[in-house]
Unconditional design. Structure first.
Length: 280
């Protein structure tokens, strides 16, 4: 066999191996739908995909934090709304008790209901979620965006005083103004009227907190929508980096298969004479 024949065979086999490698890669891409099967396929694309997946994971954590914060704020609104109803009812009863036409026995009955409302108000203030006080004590803090954290208000640490203590004192005084501990004393209508004003102050504080809570919920809705849009964008960018155009891959695969079959046919014709020469 001549040297040129060996060279032809080696070149033929080298080209066949290259074609087989391309075919195998295209077949893998077609079956998986992915452009990058191994890091060495596209080191730059692989690095970008790693960063995109990291950003997606961070964004998904923000979404989970937003959901937790929204759940907390929604339950806060529910509790504050209930507290509003309790104090509004107490105010209505106090106005009834403040009139001179209401007999003492009726005022004692009002005092009994006031005490029940007092207990209900304290129960609301001591509501817990996930073993944490909803309205009082240390409030949880959620990181909901890159530079954004959000929390709720501790109602015992308001700028104008401790709401829980204010409610305690107001309801206690109202109960005893309606039904004095000393049986010889009459209900104090002037004190009751003054305490109606204190209940109004309680309502003002609660409504102020509900307004702040509502503003936080609206902001969380905006951040949630933004995080969702970011997640869609990350998915699109990651798809551009990692995924293939299946139509294009199938066309290239068919082309490579045709080239491979043609190369085999040509190679068979080249190698056969060389083999006969060798046998001679």
């Amino acid at each position: 066999m001549r040297v040129t024949d060996l060279s032809i065979e080696r070149n033929f086999l080298h080209n066949i191996f290259k074609l087989e490698k391309r075919l195998a890669r295209l077949q893998d891409q077609a079956s998986s739908g992915r452009r990058i099967l191994r890091p060495q396929d596209d080191p730059i694309g692989t690095g970008r995909a790693v960063y995109l997946r990291h950003d997606m994971a961070v964004n998904n954590q923000y979404q989970r934090n937003i959901d937790k914060a929204k759940n907390w704020m929604e339950q806060t609104e529910s509790a504050l709304a209930h507290l509003t109803n309790v104090i509004t009812r107490a105010r209505e009863l106090a106005l009834t008790g403040a009139t001179g036409t209401t007999p003492p026995d009726a005022k004692k009955a009002i005092a009994v209901e006031i005490e029940q409302l007092w207990e209900e108000a304290i129960s609301v203030l001591e509501t817990t979620v996930d073993k944490r006080n909803l309205l009082t004590g240390a409030m949880p803090v959620w990181k909901v965006a890159r530079d954004v954290t959000i929390t709720s208000d501790d109602l015992t640490q308001l700028e104008d005083g401790d709401l829980k203590e204010y409610i305690n004192v107001t309801f206690q005084q109202l109960k005893y103004a309606l039904d004095p501990e000393d049986p010889s004393q009459e209900p104090d209508e002037d004190a009751i009227q003054q305490l109606v004003g204190d209940l109004d102050d309680c309502l003002d504080k609660i409504l102020s907190q509900r307004a702040k809570n509502g503003a936080r919920l609206r902001r969380l809705d905006i951040l949630s929508e933004k995080a969702l849009n970011m997640d869609i964008e990350y998915e699109r960018l990651l798809s551009n980096v990692e995924e293939v155009d299946l139509v294009e891959v199938v066309v290239r695969l068919k082309s490579q298969e045709a080239a491979y079959q043609a190369a085999l046919a040509v190679g068979a014709r080249l190698i056969q004479p060389s083999l006969l020469d060798h046998l001679r």
